[in-house]
Design a protein around this ligand. Structure first.
Ligand SMILES: Cc1cc2nc3c(=O)[nH]c(=O)nc-3n(C[C@H](O)[C@H](O)[C@H](O)COP(=O)(O)O)c2cc1C
Length: 153
């Protein structure tokens, strides 16, 4: 008799406020210090940052994801950690990235304004939504804009 072990995949999304101003140095420091742990735990995802806020999507198995979120929630580099969603998924959306950083603080004025017009403004930057579908739609908007600008090069 076979006992099938089904490893279910989950996606967790949260938003938080950075304690200090956010720049590439901070984002790259968070990402490079996460890489070894995330690859060991088979976690993938994306980390968005404005000057003041983070929005992170992490994907993996339940226990690893839960443990990572508990560590992240305790991290004193940010506060106001708001859990947006933690749900079982069919497949990863960000499987190609151990953790991919997107610095919205670095976007050109036109794209920043387009995103603010659509998603609202917070502390002078784009407001990260606190609904799952909106968070994923914002990431989709950014990927489309980045693909378009690559095509225009
Ligand atoms: C916005 C943000 C995102 C983070 N993302 C990750 C991550 O994807 N993986 C990770 O291992 N640590 C991440 N960290 C770091 C963790 O919060 C924590 O510092 C690290 O896992 C070490 O935890 P420990 O000191 O309790 O062992 C992140 C921190 C911040 C502020």
């Amino acid at each position: 008799m076979f006992i099938a072990i089904i490893l279910r995949m989950y996606r967790l999304i949260y938003k938080s406020r950075s304690i200090g101003p956010v720049d590439w140095e901070l984002v790259n420091q968070i990402i490079s210090s996460s890489e070894a742990q995330n690859s060991q735990d088979n976690i993938t995802g994306v980390l968005l940052a404005t000057d003041s806020h983070f929005l992170q999507v992490i994907e993996g198995e339940f226990e690893e994801l839960n443990n990572l979120f508990m560590r992240i929630a305790r991290d004193t580099q940010h506060d106001n950690v708001q859990l947006i969603s933690f749900a079982c998924i069919e497949s990863r959306l960000f499987g190609g990235w151990v953790m991919h950083g997107i610095g919205l603080f670095d976007f050109n004025a036109e794209l920043s304004q387009q995103l603010i017009d659509k998603w609202g403004e917070e502390d002078g930057g784009v407001r990260f939504p606190v609904q799952e579908w909106q968070a994923l739609a914002l990431i989709n908007d950014i990927r489309n804009a980045q693909n378009q600008s690559k095509g225009a090069d």
